[in-house]
Design a protein around this ligand. Structure first.
Ligand SMILES: [Zn+2]
Length: 159
């Protein structure tokens, strides 16, 4: 069973990267605490820097990661280490809408995009919003960030 998350409105960066890693992540702007509790009660880990919301959620038996005062990268690293997150080298979640992605063929990619990037054969499409993904030039950057994230022997010491 895969972990699922609810990320508060302060942490869009974190939500995006959890989705890149393939984790079902709800990210909502300006939601009421009660609504957040309701969504998190459906088996989601709450990521928040709101201490009142964190306390409220914990009293309802929700797993909370309190991330007050941490940078976005520290938040992400905290989550990865605490829950042993893994990264599969495939696109699994849409970074825009959290929809599930499915692998599609070259023809379908062409029909959706109106072109296909040169030399690319593998494509994925969001089942919800239709956004098409492929490992383009930005993929190197993503891979680099991910390997940095999973490298436990970090050379930089921010403390
Ligand atoms: Zn989508």
């Amino acid at each position: 069973m895969s972990l699922r998350f609810l990320v508060d409105s302060m942490h869009g960066y974190v939500a995006r990267w959890l989705r890149i890693m393939g984790y079902d992540t709800i990210y909502l702007n300006n939601i009421e605490d009660d609504e957040a509790i309701k969504i998190a009660s459906e088996g989601r880990i709450l990521v928040t820097s709101d201490s009142e919301l964190a306390k409220y959620a914990e009293s309802r038996g929700i797993t909370v990661i309190m991330v007050k005062g941490l940078s976005e990268q520290e938040v992400l690293r905290t989550i990865v280490e605490r829950f042993n997150l893994t990264f599969k080298e495939d696109f699994l979640r849409c970074t825009v809408c959290n929809g599930e992605l499915k692998a599609i063929g070259l023809d379908e990619a062409f029909n959706t995009l109106g072109f296909t990037p040169k030399g690319v054969e593998k494509f994925w499409k969001c089942k919800s919003c239709g956004k098409v993904y492929w490992k383009g030039s930005h993929w190197k950057n993503i891979s680099r960030q991910i390997s940095r994230l999973f490298n436990t022997e970090s050379t930089c010491n921010d403390a």
